[in-house]
Design a protein around this ligand. Structure first.
Ligand SMILES: C[S@@+](CC[C@H](N)C(=O)[O-])C[C@H]1O[C@@H](n2cnc3c(N)ncnc32)[C@H](O)[C@@H]1O
Length: 197
């Protein structure tokens, strides 16, 4: 389904970085090793590399990764790519200073628990998680994101998943976003900044 979505000329989520990520750049320092999970066509990973981070961009869609590599070439940044299924990935421990997890809502409850455990494992102690996604009220807006409530984040769900992190920011808000064809319009969002204890 993802390869099919990405198999078009245009960048379906645009080529500009996600607004939340841009607004939280102050949590990152150039030179940091950053993992951009489910990075799609690379708009976030490439932008992080442009800010001086050492980025590994991972996504299950190799079609998306081909476009991400093209974007990196156009922007003249060096970064690493890996086409892999994050639900069956080996999360190497203590590898990254930060993880960017922008709209990674493809998992069911059991998968999500393992996914968040992986994010925790792969961060170094004191490492920063920047996570952003949709809440269940997004089903009323229907301006992007999964159609199943099971995949959407609630605050209690995130608090439970963030065991082992210090939560620095956890905020729901309704905002207008304009990110290509698939994320467009008033949206029910949640922002998370958390530090691995
Ligand atoms: C809504 S898109 C967001 C892409 C990107 N983070 C962005 O904000 O532009 C969700 C991404 O999750 C990826 N994805 C879905 N299932 C995955 C899996 N099991 N492992 C890795 N990536 C996956 C898709 O290929 C897609 O690129």
């Amino acid at each position: 389904m993802w390869d099919q979505r990405y198999d078009v000329e245009e960048y379906v989520y645009g080529t500009d970085p996600n607004q939340f990520l841009r607004e939280h750049l102050s949590f990152l320092t150039p030179g940091m090793r950053v993992l951009s999970v489910a990075d799609g066509e690379g708009r976030n990973g490439v932008w992080l590399a442009e800010q001086g981070m050492q980025v590994l961009s991972v996504d299950a869609s190799c079609v998306a990764q081909t476009k991400a590599r093209k974007l990196a070439d156009e922007r003249q940044v060096q970064m690493e790519f890996e086409c892999a299924d994050l639900l069956n990935w080996h999360w190497k421990p203590n590898q990254f200073d930060a993880v960017a997890a922008i709209f990674i809502q493809f998992a069911n409850a059991a998968e999500r628990k393992n996914l968040f455990a992986g994010l925790h494992t792969t961060l170094k102690s004191g490492g920063i998680l920047l996570l952003h996604g949709y809440t269940p009220r997004q089903l009323e807006y229907r301006t992007g994101g999964p159609g199943s409530v099971e995949q959407l984040y609630t605050i209690p769900m995130l608090r439970a998943l963030l065991d082992g992190f210090d939560i620095l920011e956890l905020r729901e808000h309704d905002s207008h976003i304009s990110e290509g064809t698939y994320h467009h319009g008033m949206s029910a969002l949640v922002d998370v900044v958390a530090k691995k204890c």
